[in-house]
Each structure stands twice: as structure tokens, then as C-alpha cells.
Design a protein around this ligand. Structure first.
Ligand code: GDP
Ligand code: MG
Length: 437
């Protein structure tokens, strides 16, 4: 029982502690999470400075049950906003729609071109045409051809030509003749930015005037992704970003940095080598991934929904006056139970999942304690000091437990009460509540 109670208390303590978190402390934590997720320190700092300003300017923070949790919610909203808020979608106007794919070599352009064709065909009921404009590597043309076959769309290529502008222009003509309504132009990349490549992609863009120019970038490359994006954006003024290799262990900081730096929406996330491993980019999901905080948002929402602020304040006063009794204890258990399954709640707290992985948290532990308390008279519940030996024996009989069980529970309750009372005398207890008179 001792361990179980400790587990339950941990949750209570966690609640109190979260209440004490001040804005500055959460800001620091959030900045660290961002840097851990590959966001540059400069961007992380600019971002958290803004969040801090917002948080301090909102009186919500002070009224909230838990400023720490509200902070995180503000950050999630800000992050989501920063990455574009809503999923951006594609501009499919134009007859045919022309989509130009640009990016460094190995970033995943050819793979993405195949995926996009598949996506347009299955999700948007379009008839795409894939165009091979990577004229430098014969293998690139073959690769696109294989992918085109896999997803069942035609491919336009000219193995003899070394002129990507001409190929692209003729491909659009071909698309019109063959009733293809979207033309996806896969281009050549280099391992690093060079002038020749930038000039070529610029020429292609100016010749074919695409409705969408998508910049493809490997999410694993972290800060490099930002620099590359900047140069490409200055040269071809792209419309959107495709983040590839999101199935790797990247935490998505590149997404934030790229959006923050070039201000263009991220439109797709590529999550594997298979042709269906493509997702529209959802800023809110990415915000969660960047913070890497478990399902923090639902935790915050759950806590805000269920935690009764009035009750908490009343409790605080009682603890300060050392009047915490069995009824309060029951109320606390009910609070915790209202929040749902203990283990799943712990799992939602950042870092907690690791701590509790090996600890057995048993919702049934409460049942024994509840049974003991229920066997007390109302008078006993409000006056724990009344409990003498004969009363304890009666309670043990009433709830079907041994005298030892009852003794142990009461002893633990007393210890807990003492501990809480001592804690209540420490500075910072119940931050946000008016000082007790
Ligand atoms: P390109 O040079 O820009 O055309 O890049 P490719 O499309 O040829 O991709 C380079 C490598 O990355 C290939 O081995 C792809 O299979 C791989 N790749 C592309 N996209 C993804 C992705 O989303 N996830 C994973 N795991 N691999 C990818
Ligand atoms: Mg390629």
C-alpha cells in the first residue's frame, strides 16, 4: 500500500508543483526543448521572448489552475501559428497545373515527385504526368520511370536531350495533348548550392511559369536546411516546402526554422521510401513533435477541465491550518480518478513515462483506501485524531481488512498530513492564491 500511496501522492505533488511553475522557468524549459529539436538558439530565443511577452500580457496566466500548463498551451498555439496554422494545401489551378520540384541532390525530389503523382491520382483524382528534367544522371531518369510505373502514371523524358528547359516545355505540350491535368517537373540537384544549378532552376521556372514551386529539403539536415532554403527562396521564390525523411529521428526543428526564416508554408511531410508515405503537413502536429512532450496538449486540456480550482483553494487553506482530514483525502482521490486512468495520465506528462515505466500504478489501490475511509463514521472522517484502538478495530471489521492494514493506512495518512502541513509553510506554496488570513 505504501508504494501505491506514494504513487498517488506523486500525482498530487505533481499538480502542486505545476501550479508553482512561473513563466520564466517554463520559458527556459521550452527554449531547451526547441534547441533539442534542432531549432537554432537564435530562433528559439526570439520565439520564446515573444511567447514570454504574450504570456505576461495575458491575465489568464495568473488565474489559471496551472500557469506552467497554460504556458505550454500558449507555446503550442504560437508554434502552430508560426508554422502556418492550417495545412496549406496545393494550388491546382491552371490547365494543366504545373508543379516544379527543386532542391539539393539527395533531398528526395525524385521520390517526392513519384509520391505526389500518387497522391494527386488517389486523393485528388487527377491525371498527373511526371517529367524527367534531371539530365545529368541517366540513373535519375530511370529512377523516375520506375516510380512512375509503380504508381501508374505516364512519364515524359528525352534521354538524348541536355536541355531541361526544352524538356519541360515539351512535356507541358505533351500533357495538353494527352489530357494530363497536372505536370510534375522533377529537376536535377547538386550536393551543395552552386551558381550553375541555381541558374538552371531559375531558367526552368521562368520558362514554364509553374502554379506551384516546391522546395524539397531533407529534415535531417537541421540548420543546413535553413541556409539552403534561404538561397533557393532568393533565387526562385518558391511557394512551399516539402520536408522529407520525417520518418528519421529528426524532431522537426528544421520545419520551424525553415518556416521562420523564409516565411513560406510547409506543404508536405515525406515519411518513408514507399510511394504512399506522404502526408499533408499539419502545423499543430508538428508543434507537438517539436516540443516532444508527449501528448501535452490533451494533458493540459484534461487537467484544466477536471481540476476543480475552488476545491484546490479550500484544500490549501485546510492544509495550512493542519485541518486536512479523511474527507479531503477522498476528495483528492476522486479528483485524480476523474482525470482518468492513472497510468495514461502519467504517460502524458513529459518525462514521466520514462519514470513510471517500471512502476506499477494500480487504480485498484484506491479501492482499499476508500473502503477503509468509508467504514469510518462522519465524525471520525473529519477528526482523524479520534481514532483509538477500539475504533480502528471496528473499522477493520467493517471494511474486511486487518487491523494492521488500518493502522498502516492511518499512520501514512498522518505522515502525509504532517508533510503537507510542513510544505505549506514553505515559500511558494499555492502560488497565485491570496495569502491565507
Ligand atoms: P533526389 O536526389 O532529390 O531526387 O533524391 P531521391 O528522391 O533520389 O532520394 C534520395 C534518397 O533518399 C533515396 O534513397 C530515397 O529512397 C530516400 N528518401 C527520399 N525520401 C525519403 C523519405 O521520406 N524517407 C526516407 N527514409 N527516405 C527517403
Ligand atoms: Mg532525383
Amino acid at each position: 500500500l505504501s508504494e501505491r500511496l506514494e504513487g498517488a501522492l506523486k500525482v498530487l505533488k505533481g499538480e502542486n508543483k505545476l501550479t508553482e511553475i512561473n513563466v520564466a522557468a517554463s520559458i527556459k524549459e521550452i527554449r531547451r526543448a526547441l534547441v533539442d529539436a534542432d531549432v537554432s538558439y537564435k530562433i528559439a530565443k526570439e520565439f520564446t521572448d515573444r511567447v514570454k511577452e504574450k504570456a505576461l500580457g495575458s491575465d489568464n496566466v495568473l488565474k489559471a489552475v496551472s500557469p506552467g500548463q497554460l504556458m505550454i498551451k500558449i507555446v503550442m498555439d504560437e508554434l502552430t501559428d508560426l508554422m502556418g496554422g492550417q495545412a496549406a494545401g496545393l494550388n491546382l489551378a491552371g490547365k494543366p497545373t504545373v508543379i516544379l520540384i527543386a532542391g539539393l541532390q539527395g533531398s528526395g525530389k525524385t521520390t517526392f515527385s513519384g509520391k505526389l503523382a500518387h497522391w494527386l491520382k488517389t486523393q485528388k483524382k487527377k491525371s498527373p504526368l511526371l517529367v524527367a528534367c534531371d539530365v545529368y544522371r541517366p540513373a535519375a531518369m530511370d529512377q523516375l520511370t520506375v516510380l512512375a510505373e509503380q504508381v501508374g502514371v505516364p512519364v515524359y523524358k528525352e534521354p538524348e536531350s541536355k536541355n531541361p528547359v526544352q524538356i519541360a516545355l515539351k512535356a507541358i505540350q505533351y500533357a495538353i495533348e494527352h489530357k494530363c491535368d497536372v505536370v510534375i517537373v522533377d529537376t536535377a540537384g547538386r550536393l551543395a548550392i552552386d551558381e550553375e544549378m541555381m541558374a538552371e532552376i531559375k531558367n526552368i521556372k521562368e520558362a514554364i511559369l509553374p502554379q506551384e514551386t516546391l522546395f524539397v529539403v531533407d529534415a535531417m539536415t537541421g540548420q543546413d536546411a535553413v541556409n539552403t532554403a534561404q538561397v533557393f527562396n532568393e533565387t526562385i521564390n518558391f511557394d512551399g516546402v516539402v520536408l522529407t525523411k520525417m520518418d528519421g529521428d529528426t524532431r522537426g526543428g528544421a520545419a520551424l526554422s525553415v518556416k521562420y526564416t523564409v516565411g513560406k508554408p510547409i506543404k508536405f511531410a515525406s515519411t518513408g521510401e514507399k510511394m504512399d508515405a506522404l502526408e499533408l503537413f499539419y502545423p499543430d502536429r508538428m508543434a507537438q513533435r517539436i516540443l516532444g512532450m508527449g501528448d501535452i496538449v490533451s494533458f493540459v486540456e484534461k487537467a484544466q477541465e477536471q481540476f476543480d480550482e475552488e476545491l484546490a483553494k479550500k484544500l490549501e487553506k485546510k492544509i495550512q491550518k493542519n485541518k486536512f482530514d479523511f474527507n479531503d483525502f477522498m476528495a483528492q482521490i476522486n479528483q485524480i480518478k476523474k482525470m482518468g486512468d492513472l497510468k495514461s495520465i502519467m504517460g502524458m506528462i513529459p518525462g514521466m513515462d520514462k519514470l513510471t515505466r517500471n512502476v506499477e500504478i494500480d487504480n485498484n489501490a484506491f479501492k482499499k483506501v476508500e473502503a477503509i475511509i468509508q467504514s469510518m463514521t462522519p465524525k471520525e472522517r473529519t477528526n482523524p485524531d479520534l481514532l483509538n484502538m477500539s475504533r480502528k478495530q471496528r473499522i477493520a471489521k467493517g471494511c474486511g481488512r486487518t487491523l494492521n492494514d488500518v493502522n498502516m493506512f492511518i499512520k501514512q495518512f498522518e505522515q502525509m498530513r504532517k508533510m503537507m502541513h510542513n510544505m505549506s509553510k514553505m515559500p511558494g506554496f499555492g502560488a497565485g492564491a491570496p495569502p491565507a488570513g
